[in-house]
Write a protein that binds this ligand. Structure first.
Ligand code: PMP
Length: 400
């Protein structure tokens, strides 16, 4: 019999990957599925970034890398934080990880004792809660309602803090809602955290470059500088530079924390692929015009999806200001029966029936800690989005 670590038994299999696998199965049987369930850009990595990787591979940059990141990449990250976030980190306050994901894990693994608590505003990226569980901690989920733009209310944060709280995790622009916090929102959250010196803040800024409002991006260490000694700022190349497969994330934070995170990484993976790190230098230091062009394309896609979903009386969709997801409420579909005879009791039923009957793959909101919603990724071309939204319209029109 296999003995499973009880902490690992508490971790669920990613519902987004399950939906993507189901969609792939249907596609392999010849069904024309439109996939809106994956969370990655449909663009290829820009050429100058790929060229830098090829150059690195050819010039023998193929040996074990330093655990914390190559000197060239750490310097590029320092410049990035200074240029875009007005944050000044010393080289030993920065580390590179195997995607932002590994850095989140490193930080939780390095800091949580059994039953320590991590405050996770929901809806959110499912890994925050699952990683917390996997290292023996307890996620404390705090609901952020649609009628407050899915933003964390300071009073709800205050109420969730206990002597066991170790972290508050913020993610903005948010996956799955696209919510962006203003500087004032962050100051109000910072005020609460400042009153509780045992609470640290981890901010996941991976969607920083994908913002569609006029409000400039501001991260909490910039908005509340006096909190700096308790903030870990995580970012990466995956989303903004279409580099999901290269696996480069990075972070800046207090040296004592980085030291402990390096111990974790040293046992799990060692340093990050040298060739990917060379590519990341080109991404951060190189021309940023592709990022600007893609942002405009995503904005048009978002507007198309919002306009088409607005025609469906059963759905109500908050306007996402960033990332590449729409997160409509499907409350108006629940309790009804589909044209294909499926009774819809939960958001998972909606997502599954939409795939089975109209061949559109989405992810149910409960996978992100908030039921009654579905998440659609609009990181795909306009034609596919139009077809998908027409199918969603047809699906809802067929409900009775
Ligand atoms: N954070 C969020 C909010 C995400 O949505 C994702 C990817 N879906 C990640 C982190 C993972 O990023 P990376 O590819 O850098 O590990």
């Amino acid at each position: 019999m296999l003995h499973v670590n009880p902490n690992i038994s508490r971790v669920s299999v990613s519902p987004a990957s399950t939906m993507t696998a189901k969609a792939r199965e249907l596609a392999e049987r010849g069904v024309k599925v439109v996939s809106l369930s994956t969370g990655e850009p449909d663009f290829d990595t820009p050429k100058h970034i790929v060229d830098a990787a090829v150059r690195a591979a050819r010039s023998g940059d193929t040996h074990y890398p330093p655990l914390d990141g190559t000197r060239a990449l750490k310097e590029a990250i320092r410049r990035k934080f200074a240029r875009e976030n007005r944050l000044d980190f010393a080289a030993n306050e920065i580390m590179v990880g195997n995607g932002a994901k590994q850095l989140i894990f490193n930080a939780l693994m390095a800091t949580l004792a059994p039953d320590d608590e991590v405050i996770v505003p929901v809806p959110c990226y499912a890994s925050y809660a699952d990683m917390t569980r996997s290292v023996g901690g307890n996620p404390v989920l705090v609901s952020c309602a649609q009628n407050n733009g899915f933003r964390l209310r300071p009073k709800d944060l205050e109420a969730a803090i206990t002597p066991r709280t170790r972290w508050l995790i913020i993610n903005m622009p948010n996956n799955p809602t696209g919510t962006v916090y203003s500087r004032a929102d962050l100051e109000a959250i910072g005020d609460v955290v400042l009153r509780h010196p045992h609470v640290w803040v981890m901010t996941d800024d991976i969607y920083e470059h994908l913002m569609y409002s006029d409000v400039p991006f501001c991260t909490i260490a910039e908005a509340v500088p006096w909190l700096r000694d308790r903030v870990l700022t995580i970012n990466g190349c995956s989303k903004g530079y279409a580099m999901t497969g290269w696996r480069v994330g990075y972070c800046g934070g207090p040296r004592p924390l980085i030291e402990q995170m390096l111990k974790v990484q040293g046992q799990v993976s060692s340093g990050i692929c040298t060739i990917s790190q060379a590519a990341a230098v080109a991404a951060l230091d190189g021309p940023q015009d592709t990022v600007v062009r893609w942002r405009e394309i995503y904005r048009q896609r978002r507007d198309l999806v919002l306009a088409m979903l607005a025609k469906v009386p059963e759905l109500s969709c908050h306007r996402p200001d960033g990332a590449f997801y729409a997160f409509p409420s499907v409350a108006g579909c629940l309790g009804k029966t589909t044209a294909g005879g499926h009774r819809l009791q939960t958001d998972a039923d909606v997502s599954l029936s939409l795939l089975a009957e109209q061949h559109v793959s989405t992810v149910h909101g409960s996978a992100f800690g908030m039921s009654g919603y579905i998440r659609l990724s609009y990181a795909t071309d306009m034609e596919s989005l139009t077809i998908a939204c027409e199918r969603i319209q047809k699906f809802c029109a067929g409900l009775h």
